[in-house]
Design a protein around this ligand. Structure first.
Ligand code: FMN
Length: 229
């Protein structure tokens, strides 16, 4: 956790205080009309026993939380940066599966290191849901519905961009749309071109689309041979 989070005693360190989290949940539930969910880890620091995790969930569930999103690794409270805390502690998917077995009525969502449709399917055999963090951002096409094309998305986003003051605020979140595609680099380059972004014209998206698609058609025979990503 970041220093700010540690100082304020919010974030992963709260896992060590399940009664306090339960109190927060019941108070929040009194104030809002929507379901209150809790996202947490498998444990903190060197606590490796499943009983710690089970007790946390049982205590918080008793306060009325019915959905738990579990980042399937421990949080190391000191010594690891937030980024390292998303990569270094080992993944413990089996702990999350076990939670679902022990609390079949709760909605258990698994998170952490999941990067493909196949992995999603495998997890769904054990839990109710899968949350993707970085992969959804870096490679959003991973989640595309069958039959949809990237061009559909770009055209719709170009329409949306017309309603937003800053084009950059739209394009910066679309840089990964062509991730893994032979023309990924061209797409990123066109969408991060400072001069073009300054003009703030949403047609930039359509121009980039045209460039990528035109090359795609021209290069079709070599499409799979290219490695540019
Ligand atoms: C830039 C960034 C910011 C994040 N901020 C939060 C946050 O505020 N609260 C939180 O619970 N998790 C946060 N996370 C962690 C993710 O929600 C997720 O648990 C983690 O990235 C592991 O999932 P993944 O392997 O699918 O990315 C953040 C992750 C990233 C990359």
């Amino acid at each position: 956790p970041s220093e700010r989070v540690q100082k304020g005693a919010f974030g992963a360190c709260l896992m060590a205080e399940p009664a306090l989290v339960a109190q927060c949940v019941s108070r929040i539930r009194r104030e809002v009309g929507i379901p209150v969910t809790v996202k947490h880890r498998t444990g903190v620091d060197k606590i490796e026993d499943y009983a710690f995790l089970r007790n946390f969930v049982a205590t918080v569930a008793a306060a009325g939380c019915e959905t738990f999103i579990v980042h399937a690794r421990n949080a190391i409270l000191k010594g690891l940066s937030p980024k390292e805390n998303r990569e270094v502690p080992p993944l413990k998917y089996a702990y999350v599966y076990r939670l679902k077995q022990d609390f079949p009525r709760l909605e258990i969502v698994i998170n952490g290191g999941i990067t493909s449709q196949q992995q999603i399917e495998e997890h769904l055999a054990h839990v109710d849901g899968v949350m993707l963090g970085r992969a959804a951002y870096q490679h959003p096409w991973l989640l595309a519905d069958a039959g949809k094309t990237r061009a559909d998305v770009v055209r719709r986003m170009a329409g949306y961009a017309k309603t937003v003051a800053s084009l950059r605020q739209v394009t910066r979140h679309m840089l990964g749309l062509y991730h893994g595609h032979p023309r990924a680099r061209l797409w990123r380059r066109m969408l991060s071109d400072c001069a073009a972004l300054k003009r703030n014209d949403p047609d930039l998206l359509l121009e980039a689309l045209e460039a990528v698609e035109a090359l795609e058609t021209r290069d079709t025979p070599h499409f799979h041979a290219e490695t540019e990503v």
